[in-house]
Design a protein around this ligand. Structure first.
Ligand code: ZN
Length: 257
């Protein structure tokens, strides 16, 4: 496993974690204001992510988790907790965060809520609740520059809505429409949690594709073949749909209501 740090936008660094085979696996983002920095997600395996962040900035720091899955809230979190750095996450994902193997040291999180604002100095991030892939998924919106840091809440070109913790599609659709209204004021740049899955840069058009494909499924206009996958010892049933930049929308047909 290896970490690569690359610019994602002005004052936003993408921290890419590769797996042992050298394949890009997940992204965290370091957002640097004038008076404060935030780390959005913490990758999966890298225990040294605290040192990596501290080699880049000595600003006061907070961690914002988009959701509780292990590839976003991984082993590196305990070093932040050990240094007294606040770790924020929607309490609705506590069960997801703690559904781990014995090697995970649980961290205490502060309850992140819809509408909370993080003023970094010259850059303000607003937390927007977007229950979807997990019930407590949260995205972060920088209004001035129209940047949305989205974790897995609207996917990254591919989208997993087939998990036991994923919400019914109609609930996700309502949340996605609210997000679209909230972010409608300009050309949106979406920085997702698995950027390598996207075939091009994600913008407003992608959010529209996500909404359209969800409507298609709910209206019976897209209905793929029923398949199964093995995940964490569970057999999950799923179907797939696609539209535009959303090339693989994986969902549980029992939650297609
Ligand atoms: Zn996830």
């Amino acid at each position: 496993m290896r970490i690569k740090v690359r610019p994602a936008a002005q004052d936003i660094l993408r921290i890419c974690e590769e797996n042992d085979e050298g394949t890009h696996a997940v992204d965290a983002y370091l957002v640097l204001g004038r008076k404060k920095a935030v780390l959005i997600d913490a990758c999966e395996q890298s225990e040294s992510i605290y040192e990596i962040v501290r080699s880049i900035t000595s600003l006061p720091l907070e961690v914002l988790l988009t959701h509780g899955h292990p590839d976003h809230a991984g082993k590196g979190l305990s070093a932040f907790a050990g240094h007294g750095i606040p770790i924020w996450m929607d309490a609705a994902d506590e069960a997801v965060l703690h559904k781990r193997g014995a090697s995970f040291v649980p961290v205490k999180t502060k309850p992140l809520q819809n509408g909370m604002v993080f003023d970094l100095g010259g850059m303000v991030l607003e937390a927007i609740s977007l229950g979807s892939h997990t019930p407590g998924s949260m995205v972060f919106y920088e209004q001035e520059r129209h940047i949305l840091l989205s974790g897995d809440a609207i996917g990254s070109g591919a989208f997993w809505m087939q998990l036991p913790e994923s919400l019914p599609l109609s609930q996700f659709l309502a949340n996605a429409r609210l997000l679209q209204k909230r972010t409608a004021s300009g050309n949106l740049l979406i920085l997702p949690g698995h950027s390598y899955q996207a075939e091009s840069i994600l913008s407003d058009a992608y959010l529209q594709d996500v909404i359209d494909v969800t409507e298609d499924i709910l209206n019976g206009k897209q209905s793929g073949q029923l398949k199964t996958m093995l995940l964490g010892g569970m057999t999950l049933e799923f179907k797939e749909a696609a539209r535009g930049q959303m090339h693989n929308y994986v969902y549980d047909p029992k939650k297609a209501y």
